[in-house]
Ligand binder design. Sequence first.
Ligand code: CTP
Length: 408
Amino acid sequence: MQLFLAKMRPTMEPALTKRIVLGITGGIAAYKAAELARLLMKQGISVQVVMTEAATHFITPATLQALTGNPVLIDQWQNDKGMAHIHSSRVADAIVIAPATADFIAKLAHGLADDLLSTLCLARDCPLIVAPAMNKQMWSNTSTQRNVQRLLADGVTLLGPANGLQACGEEGMGRMLEAEALAQDIVAIFSTQELKGRKVLITAGPTYEAIDAVRGITNRSSGKMGYAIAQAAAEMGAEVTLVSGPTALTKPNGTQRIDVTSASEMFDAVKQHVATADIFIAVAAVADYRVARPNEHKIKKSDATLTLELTPNPDILAYVANLPSPPFCVGFAAESEKLREHANEKRKKKNLPLLAANLAQNAIGSDENELVLFDDAGEHELPRADKLTLAHALLRHATSLYLKGNAQ
Ligand code: CTP
C-alpha cells in the first residue's frame, strides 16, 4: 500500500509551493472534496485532509488518503505526532473547509473546539476559507446567516454557496461551489498578489444630501458591494483607499477608509486621491441631485406646499474617466429594467473600459448579487454568488484588462 501511494504522488516540482489543510465535514457535498483535493494537487498545492467523524459517512478516508498521499486525520485522540491540532495548523498556508455544514459554521462562529478539525481551526494562525454546503432552508435560517456574518466579520473568506439543485431535490441557495470553481478561487487567493504595489481607489455606499439640519435625500445602497470589492482588492495585495458614504459597515482589513456624507465631499476626496490611483472603481450610489440651498435650521411644518430646488451633482466617475491620463476605470450600473441596453449606453457615455451591471432589485441590501460585465470584448456573466466571491471575480477580470492595457 505504501509503495502504491508513493507512486501516485506527483513527481513534478510544484507550481505553487503551498500547503493547505482540507477540512471535510459531514454533508453530501463531501464527495466533491475528492475532486477538489485532486485539482489542488495538480496546481502543486500539498493537501492534508482532516475529516470530522460525520464526514466519514459520506466519503471514505481511504479515497482521500490515496489521492493526497497523506494519512487522513480524524480523531483528536489518535495521532502519532501528538498535538496534531497545533502542528497541522502551524505548517498550513490556509485551512479550507469544503464542505462546511451549517453545524460546523456555527461551531466556527462560536469558537468551539470539540473535535480535531474545529480545534485545529481555533488553533490556526493562517487564513480560513469556508465553502458552505447545506439545504436552502438551513442556509437562509437566521441563525446560519448570523453565524456567517460573524465569520465574515472575523476575516474568514467565504466561497459560495451557489444557487442550484440540491441533494434533497429542492432548488435554491446552499449548494457547494463545484470543485473546479473552488480550486480556481483557492489558487486565485494564493497567487493573487497580482495587485501588489497597485493603488486602487473605490467609492462605496450611498450619499446623503442635506435638505435642512435634520433631513436629507439619500438612497437604499448598503455599501456591501463596494466594501466587498475593497476587501478583495486588499486580499490581492492592492493599497486600497475606500471613499465611503454613510454605511453601517466595518472597514475591511488592510484598507484606508475616508468617510464622506455628500456627493460633493465624495468628489473632493476622489480628486485628492485619484492622481496616484492605478484603478478607480465607482461603486457608490451617488445622488444625482442635491438641494440647491439646504436650510441651516430645521424647516418648520406649514400648510403651504414646500418646493425643493434640486441641482445636479458632479458625475465623479465621468470626471475621472475623462482625465487626461485616467486610471483604469470601472463603473457600476444598477438598472431596474433593460439591463444590457442601459449598461452599454452608460459605458459608452462615460468612456469606460469596464462596466459591471446588475438589477437593483437583486442587489440592494442583499448579501448576494449577480453581475454582467461589459467591456470591448462583449459581455461576461458572473453568476449569482455572495458579494465577496463576485468581487474577486470582478477584480480578476478588471486586473487582467488593466495589465493587458499596461503591457501595450
Ligand atoms: N456615479 C458617479 N457620480 C455620480 C453618479 C454616478 O461616480 N454623480 C457612478 C456610480 O458610482 C456608478 C455609475 O456612475 O459607477 C452609475 O452611472 P449613472 O449613469 O450615474 O447611473 P445612475 O445614476 O443609476 O443613472 P440613471 O439614474 O440615469 O440610471
